[in-house]
Design a binder for this molecule. Structure first.
Ligand code: NAG
Ligand code: NAG
Ligand code: NAG
Ligand code: NAG
Ligand code: NAG
Ligand code: NAG
Ligand code: NAG
Ligand code: NAG
Ligand code: NAG
Ligand code: NAG
Ligand code: NAG
Length: 737
């Protein structure tokens, strides 16, 4: 805003000024005569020149357009005190007989004086010339002598042969020349008829002997420099009364008395006028001497008398180059960038450290996972999967990350059940299918084999009444098993636990018994390699929403080689269900499962636990209690009230008989699982024939191993709950060791 206003004011002043001074002269004065401009203090008409000394009066011959100082033509002049004029030379010519004619030449310099830039020069053979001036009020003479008898050979040299010159002291005034010759004879006169003497500005005359000695008349006038100044006082003496204008300085003349004026740096114009010195716009001027020297990136800004090179913010000017460079923050505010830099550096280092740590951690965790994989029998599993049995056995091996994601980082809200054998989590796989993830408890290495066992066993079973194993994860410290999700609890829960209710009718129970018996029969005989479950109990029977039984927990199961009827193993099982013969001998065969099934059947019939320590001695062990009740014909005492109806007493009796047969002490006396299944099935079929009420479809059995299907079942939306180890703690009293 102020800048604009400033420009505006400058414009106004300029207009006013032009009207007043009209360039470099006073208003209304002639500014030119021919080629020469006329500037104050010089002028032509009255009032246009500095009148105090009467020396600055010039005239202009309008016909020839030549400017005159007195009778001398003006070439040019400068503010610094020089006036260049043209002066005629003096000469003397000779008769053949006559010698030495003296011609003088006089001139009026007014108050001006000769500059010492001039040279007094004489041209001619056997010639001498001298000048007399008033120098500091004394008569003063100087001169030179030149001799020659022939035309000098050298051109341009004025050294005494045909031409001589001498310097003139400054402050010389009044100029009188006398020239004369001596020893002139006809031969000299032939090539040099005249002698010449003149003043000339140094360097403006170059002697050319052959021509100049013959005839210098061609050059009638030579430039001569006069010194001029204002007054005869020093600047100090005149003080503020000098005629020097604004923005100009007064300078004492170096060549004479008086002073001259000079525009200050950055201003240009006529310093002898009041407002003659005008600011130079260095930014726009085309003049090379005044042009700004802001370099490159800096921008020029014109100021009164000077200019500024300015830089955009964030940059500062380098005084030596006038270019811009990045700002160098002062020290006292430097702590911010230092702090910033330090912080950034520190963060960068921290980041690198964290990255390296993460990387190492990652590598370590990969290492660990590998280690766990081996430790958890990954190698064994691979070996067993590739070596033994059918090639279509397929168990998906999940990654640890996948498991973490599926269980939301083993979140507590995802726990379905917790027990002696471990924890079961509800997991959601990336394809949104729900699974049960079983995390065994930290165990010794012997459990690895059990674990691998379960994987192998389950991977080879495809039965609608067996919980499907989908895969496993071996990369964790404790291996994980991934099952289909079955959501309606265990048979144990239904009979004795949290979910017990009256909805479990005899029809349901019988069907469940048939399903379990059929499954065990299938495991014992129909699967390609006979499997003994070894831990049949109600807690290991899962129920889905249709109360369809799903046999689970094959942790202790054994694959029995075809050529062997029984195996000697470490006795394992659950008290109450454990086959006493197996317990005593350690000999495992399929009849152990038959025993356990008998107990389960008794539970279904009686609604009582296999082993109940709270009860009196005779009813503590369900098998004994049931057998004695049967024997003493007081079965009704044992049978669950919910079950016993008028129309099913025969079936219940039959089932009870089967249960007791299954739990015979001697394995040989027990029926095979196949027979049990058939008898129970017959009971059920007979019943449906009788009453036609139960619409439950026949359990179908896939007779072949479909490991591939185990995997594809992941997408099966009908997969439901799994809860095998809920409440297991109570019953899972290991009988072995
Ligand atoms: C003016 O200058 C021109 C060229 O510079 C020159 O030819 C001419 O003679 C000059 N006129 C006068 C009057 O000095
Ligand atoms: C101007 O110059 C011409 C030729 O040199 C001369 O005749 C005339 O008198 C001069 N005029 C004045 C006013 O000096
Ligand atoms: C200026 O000079 C001219 C001729 O040189 C002369 O006629 C005139 O009177 C002078 N004027 C003054 C004020 O000296
Ligand atoms: C004045 O004239 C001389 C000779 O003609 C020349 O060298 C010089 O540059 C001129 N000075 C100005 C300021 O015009
Ligand atoms: C030489 O001088 C005399 C007398 O001054 C004169 O009469 C004569 O004409 C001159 N001769 C020449 C060649 O100038
Ligand atoms: C200088 O010389 C002139 C004539 O040549 C004479 O009139 C004058 O008085 C002299 N001045 C001094 C100071 O000698
Ligand atoms: C110089 O003088 C000679 C005669 O001496 C003449 O022929 C010549 O034209 C003159 N030159 C000029 C430039 O006047
Ligand atoms: C200065 O000049 C004035 C008038 O021009 C004159 O009266 C005075 O004597 C001079 N003084 C000196 C020291 O030259
Ligand atoms: C010159 O300066 C004096 C005091 O130093 C002052 O009184 C006077 O007015 C000034 N004159 C001008 C024209 O500035
Ligand atoms: C200015 O620039 C010159 C040349 O590039 C350099 O040597 C000098 O150090 C700079 N000055 C400052 C103050 O940075
Ligand atoms: C620029 O010009 C100024 C005068 O106008 C001068 O003082 C300075 O040294 C110059 N700087 C450069 C870098 O040429």
């Amino acid at each position: 805003m102020s800048k604009v206003l400033g420009l505006f004011l400058v414009a106004i002043f300029s207009i006013a000024y032009t009207q007043l001074v009209n360039g470099h002269s006073l208003r209304g004065c002639q500014t030119r005569c021919g080629n020469v401009s006329i500037e104050y203090p010089f002028g032509i008409s009255t009032g246009c020149y500095y009148a105090v000394h009467d020396s600055f009066n010039l005239t202009c011959n309008e016909t020839t357009n030549e400017l005159f100082f007195g009778n001398m033509q003006v070439v040019n002049y400068s503010h610094s005190g020089e006036l260049r004029i043209l002066m005629s030379r003096s000469y003397a010519c000779y008769n053949r007989t006559r010698v030495a004619e003296t011609i003088s030449y006089n001139t009026n310099l007014r108050s001006f004086t000769f500059s010492n830039k001039n040279r007094f020069t004489a041209v001619g053979c056997n010639t001498f010339a001298f000048m007399t001036t008033i120098f500091e009020d004394r008569n003063y003479s100087t001169g030179c002598l030149s001799t020659c008898d022939s035309i000098p050979k050298e051109n341009g040299v004025c050294s005494g042969e045909g031409c001589c010159h001498t310097s003139v002291p400054k402050r010389s005034k009044r100029f009188i020349i006398r020239s004369s010759s001596f020893d002139r004879d006809a031969s000299v006169n032939n090539f040099n008829p005249c002698s010449y003497a003149f003043l000339v500005e140094e360097g403006m005359f170059s002697f050319s002997p052959s021509q100049d000695l013959q005839n210098l008349r061609n050059f009638t006038k030579f430039p001569v420099v006069l010194d001029w100044s204002i007054g005869n006082q020093t600047c100090k003496q005149v003080g503020n009364t000098s005629i020097c204008g604004q923005n100009s300085v007064c300078l004492d003349s170096t060549t004479r008395d008086g002073y001259n004026c000079k525009c200050k740096a950055g201003y240009d114009g006529n310093p002898y006028l009041q407002e003659g010195c005008q600011d130079i716009n260095e930014c726009t001027t085309s003049s090379a001497i005044h042009k700004h020297n802001c370099s490159g990136s800096s921008t020029c800004e014109n100021m009164m008398g000077h200019f500024l090179c300015s830089c955009s913010s964030g940059f500062e000017l380098n005084a030596t180059t006038n270019g811009c460079m990045r700002k160098h923050k002062p020290v006292n505010t430097g702590w911010i960038p230092i702090l910033l830099g330090t912080t950034v550096g520190f963060l960068a280092i921290l980041l690198v450290v964290i990255c390296v740590q993460q990387k190492m951690k990652h590598m370590k965790s990969i290492e660990l996972r590998k280690q766990f994989f081996e430790q958890n029998g990954g190698g064994m599993l691979r070996l067993r999967l590739s070596g033994a049995g059918p090639s279509n056995v397929d168990v998906k091996i999940f990654t640890e990350e996948g498991m973490k994601e599926a269980t939301n980082g083993y979140d507590e809200s995802r726990i379905l059940g917790q027990g002696g054998q471990g924890t079961v989590y509800k997991g959601i796989l990336p394809d949104k299918s729900v699974v049960a993830i079983k995390k065994s408890r930290l165990g010794d290495s012997s459990q690895v084999e059990q674990f691998i066992n379960e994987v192998l066993v389950l991977s080879q079973i495809n039965h609608r009444n067996v919980v499907r194993l989908l895969g496993c994860c071996l990369e964790t410290e404790v291996p994980l098993l991934v099952y289909e999700f079955i959501n309606s609890g265990t048979l144990y829960d239904r009979l004795h636990g949290s979910m017990s209710d009256s909805s479990m009718t005899w029809e349901h129970r019988l069907r469940i018994a048939v399903e379990i018996a059929g499954t065990l029969a299938y495991l014992h005989s129909s699967a390609s390699i006979p499997i003994i479950h070894r831990d049949v109990k109600t807690a290991n029977i899962l129920l889905d929403e249709n109360l369809t039984a799903k046999v689970a927990d094959f942790r202790d199961s054994r694959l029995i080689p075809m050529d062997k009827e029984q195996l000697t193993t470490m006795v394992q099982g659950t008290l109450g269900y454990l086959d006493p013969e197996y317990y005593n001998t350690g000999l495992l065969n399929e009849k152990s499962d038959v025993y356990s099934f008998g107990v389960v059947l008794m539970e279904l019939l009686s609604g009582q636990k296999a082993l109940c320590f709270e009860k009196p001695q005779q009813s503590k062990h369900l098998v004994n209690y049931f057998a004695s009740a049967m024997k003493e014909n007081r079965l009704h005492e044992v049978i669950d009230e919910q079950v016993m109806k008028e129309n099913n007493q025969r079936e219940i009796h039959e089932a009870a008989r089967i249960a007791v047969e299954c739990t015979r002490l001697m394995g040989e006396e027990r029926p095979r699982m196949k027979e049990v299944a058939a008898q129970l099935e017959a009971l059920r079929v007979g019943k449906t024939k009788d009453e036609g009420s139960d619409q439950y479809p026949e359990p179908e059995v896939n007779e072949h191993l479909v490991g591939v299907e185990i995997l594809s079942a992941q997408g099966d939306t009908s997969t439901t709950g799994y809860d095998s180890i809920k409440n297991v703690t109570m019953l899972n009293i290991e009988a072995g060791r």
